[in-house]
Ligand binder design. Structure first.
Ligand code: SF4
Ligand code: SF4
Ligand code: FES
Length: 250
């Protein structure tokens, strides 16, 4: 994040700022509009994100943020693109966690009780402090999916961790140095490959991809003018919306 591109930050500035809150970004004080997300407020203050920002929609996990409020001791954890600013926030962005990720070939594994423990033996060091759960901006029962991984309950670990966006905040706090999101990714991979029933639709689509279905359309779009593509995108049929429209006509 740099403090250089004020022009860019001003794009989000409302025409009339009616009320502000005082926040601190890496120790420096700013007044920012009430109702802004932390991400928008940081840009409003004149910073430009060059990392710690991806989807801006709560999905990619890039915008992990730690803050405290006023004179509180407690540290809070949030996604900058989802959490609104509050008076007295002291904010810092976490760029990434330098976590080790095990190398494995999912085709060589089996969904046995000790598969996850063998690949990530550090899960046996969990002291059940629940700090990981308290750090999770997705409200995931993080300790529970680690405990299920430890006990070999792969399906449950995968289910409990389904909403993990790999922000890394749990791993920043764990006294056992567990990298929870890598553990749960393995659980979901094992469940997807070996435990859940095969999806006929997915297999059919994979076959279509291998056979190059729709490649003519893709090639045609690759050669189109940007404005034409933009127009097509705006006019696209949104399936859920289509269903709603059909329901309204009925
Ligand atoms: S923070 Fe680490 S040690 Fe504590 S409950 Fe979570 S996984 Fe276990
Ligand atoms: S489980 Fe950990 S990595 Fe996943 S969303 Fe929660 S805090 Fe982030
Ligand atoms: S930018 Fe992707 S979750 Fe916030």
């Amino acid at each position: 994040m740099t403090e250089t591109d004020v022009e860019c930050a001003k794009q989000d500035e409302p025409s009339q700022v009616t009320a502000t809150v005082e926040i601190f970004i890496m120790g420096k004080r700013y007044d920012v509009p009430i109702g802004f997300t932390i991400m928008k407020a940081i840009e409003f203050a004149g910073y430009q994100y060059i990392r710690s920002c991806g989807c801006r929609a709560g999905f990619c996990g890039a915008c992990a943020t730690v803050y405290r409020k006023g004179q509180e001791q407690k540290l809070h954890f949030a996604l900058a693109c989802q959490c609104l600013v509050e008076e007295g926030m002291y904010l810092v962005q976490i760029p990434f966690v330098p976590a080790n990720k095990a190398l494995y070939d999912i085709n060589d594994l089996a969904p046995e009780d000790n598969t996850i423990l063998t690949i990530y033996p550090e899960i046996a060091r969990c002291v059940s402090c629940n700090t990981c759960t308290k750090s999770c901006p997705q409200d995931i029962k993080v300790m529970m999916y680690i405990q299920n991984s430890l006990r070999g309950n792969i399906a449950k670990a995968a289910e409990l961790s389904f909403d993990c966006i790999q922000c890394g905040l749990c791993a920043m706090r764990c006294p056992a140095d567990i990298k929870h999101y890598h553990v749960s990714q393995l659980a979901r991979r094992l469940r997807g490959k070996y435990i859940d029933p095969e999806s006929k639709e997915l297999n059919a689509r994979l076959k279509e991809l291998e056979e190059g279905k729709y490649m003519d359309e893709v090639d045609e779009m690759m050669s189109m003018d940007r404005d034409i593509i933009l127009n097509l995108y705006k006019k696209r049929k949104i399936e859920a919306q289509g269903d709603l429209d059909e329901g309204a006509d009925a």
